[in-house]
Design a protein around this ligand. Structure first.
Ligand code: NAP
Length: 276
């Protein structure tokens, strides 16, 4: 049986094994998909010893994984980060399905129109790098990248190669940035000390906010978004399911139905099969 895995740290909370088990059952594909703990220093060795045909990569490994790929898709090269690895002879081909996952969730599941929107991207790590190119391709008007470490925001903005639309700002510039149509929290702050206070003036009654995290980790930012008056406040569960479906398609050549899996994870549908 072919073996797949998601690598990251911490990884025990990952929903990916449940999602891929449900996709595999739906599509009649026999495979195993497990979660494997790995940090930046030991990832290459753990991946090599794992015997997997393909892998997902999550926090904090997306840029590390990109660096070890022997080949990468155009969208992964633009992001400088990968979330999907496909075995390619003795090496790995990298791809990045995060951006497609986010845009599909926002436009198809939540009915948002991203064209001509002014977008604030909080964070400049692997997830932010993955979603920035796809947001630009979706036709947004402006992307402002704000990060705690300003040099990473600068690097992300430079990598997009679109200085007319993409601007990097330090966290201290937030009060002067005005209102955004879409606010994307791509930080991992909720896992640590939390985000610094965000000015309410960043959002208005027609704004939408999305936190790429889900569950407890998404609560503080989405509570802020509702308090700031946002019309939509969405967590990252839909993106998680959509990016997983695209990884699944890359590995197995078939795109699974995502709605039943999203509903089950959201507590609204039939329970998912478990991996064991
Ligand atoms: P990462 O590469 O480690 O980057 C973390 C980012 O968060 C960096 O920009 C970092 O800023 C920032 N940050 C961390 N603590 C902060 C704090 N206290 N205040 C302000 N900024 C802070 O992680 P990642 O892979 O980008 O993941 C980010 C989040 O997205 C995670 O919660 C992850 O679970 C989520 N995610 C969800 C999906 C999905 O499918 N729903 C997909 C991908 C990622 P510095 O650069 O200053 O350190």
């Amino acid at each position: 049986m072919k073996r797949y895995a998601v690598f990251g740290s911490p990884i025990s909370h990952s929903q990916s094994p449940r999602i891929h088990a449900a996709f595999a059952q739906q599509c009649g594909i026999a495979m195993a998909y497990v979660a494997i703990e790995a940090g930046r220093d030991d990832f290459a060795a753990i991946l090599a010893a794992s015997g997997v045909q393909g892998a997902n990569v999550t926090l904090p490994l997306k840029e590390t994984a990109f660096a070890l790929c022997t080949d990468a898709s155009a969208r992964a090269r633009r992001a400088g980060a990968v979330n999907t690895l496909l075995r390619d002879g003795d090496g790995w081909r990298g791809d990045n399905t995060d951006g497609l996952g986010l845009v599909r969730d926002l436009t198809e599941r939540h009915g948002l129109d991203l064209r001509e929107r002014r977008v604030l991207l909080l964070g400049a790590g692997g997830a932010a790098r993955g979603v920035a190119p796809t947001l630009l391709d979706a036709g947004i008007r402006e992307l402002v990248v704000a990060n705690r470490s300003p040099e990473r925001a600068d690097a992300l903005a430079d990598a997009m190669g679109d200085p007319g639309r993409v601007h990097a700002r330090g966290w201290d510039a937030l009060p002067a940035l005005g209102e955004f149509d879409l606010l994307v929290n791509a930080t991992s702050a909720a896992r640590g000390v939390g985000l610094p206070p965000l000015p309410m003036a960043l959002a208005g009654l027609r704004s939408a906010a999305v936190d790429l995290s889900y569950g407890e980790a998404a609560v503080p930012f989405l509570a802020w978004a509702r308090a700031a008056g946002c019309m939509h406040a969405v967590d990252g569960l839909g993106m998680l399911v959509e990016q997983a479906a695209e990884s699944f398609r890359l590995w197995h050549g078939v795109r699974p139905e995502t709605d039943p899996v999203y509903a089950a994870l959201n507590g609204q549908g039939d329970a998912l099969v478990t991996a064991d």
